[in-house]
Design a binder for this molecule. Structure first.
Ligand code: AMP
Length: 209
């Protein structure tokens, strides 16, 4: 069984790579960021959803308890899975370790400059799940998905102010996870400055698949 955690700055490409990997392997993929975004755009805004919305739109982290509950309900230790965006701090990593230890932690390493362009240029097709970037991989017709024709979305939390905050939170909270997993011998660094295909190839090598 492969139990894979992806780590990297917002915009490092972990969403793209984890999605590719889950499509090619059929391992279940859980993206806490996607789950929280679907909560905050849901019609039913109760108190809990309202507080999640506030937190996400300030670029802060949602509580460890709530986030872990979401994970626990979706994975079991006897099957393969891919986590994108969890754990995000050492407390979450400890919760995960006690529940089920990952077999591979893949850190996608990118420069901060590249991350800004990637995030601000990012556009998403919700139905076809295809991602575009206006600088690097634009759609044929601006603003519309090549596959489904749907209107492309610009995530609310991808605006420059929130991105700056998310990068700060990442450095403070998530960066320490590299040492945590390195000490356990689980950390693999992959150069995220390369093309999508090259990064994917290198990830497959790490996983020996
Ligand atoms: P992402 O798309 O992974 O960058 O996540 C977007 C936002 O969702 C983050 O800025 C946080 O507000 C929230 N979020 C995602 N994953 C977690 C997590 N593991 N713990 C707490 N908050 C999270």
């Amino acid at each position: 069984m492969l139990k894979i955690v992806f780590l990297g700055f917002p915009g490092s490409g972990k969403g793209t790579q984890s999605l590719l990997l889950s499509q090619k392997t059929s391992f279940i993929r859980i993206s806490t960021g996607d789950i929280f975004r679907s909560i905050i755009t849901s019609e039913e805004i109760d108190d809990l959803f309202g507080s999640v919305r506030n937190t996400v739109l300030h670029g802060e982290l949602v509580s460890d308890e709530l986030t872990f509950e979401i994970i626990k309900r979706r994975i079991d230790c006897g099957s393969s899975w891919i986590l994108d965006g969890f754990p995000r701090n050492v407390a979450q990593a400890l919760l995960l370790s006690n529940f089920c230890m990952p077999t591979h932690v893949i850190f996608i390493d990118v420069s901060v400059d590249l991350v800004f362009k990637r995030i601000s240029g990012r556009r998403i097709a919700k139905d076809s799940e295809k991602m575009y970037n206006v600088y690097f991989s634009p759609p044929k017709q601006e603003g519309y998905c090549d596959i489904s024709g749907e209107v492309l979305l610009h995530r609310e939390d991808d605006s420059p102010d929130i991105v700056k905050k998310r990068l700060e939170v990442y450095e403070r909270e998530t960066q320490p996870l590299l040492a945590y997993y390195e000490n356990k011998g689980l950390l693999h660094r992959v150069d995220g400055n390369l093309s999508i295909d090259e990064v994917y190839h290198n990830i497959k090598e790490v996983l020996s698949i």
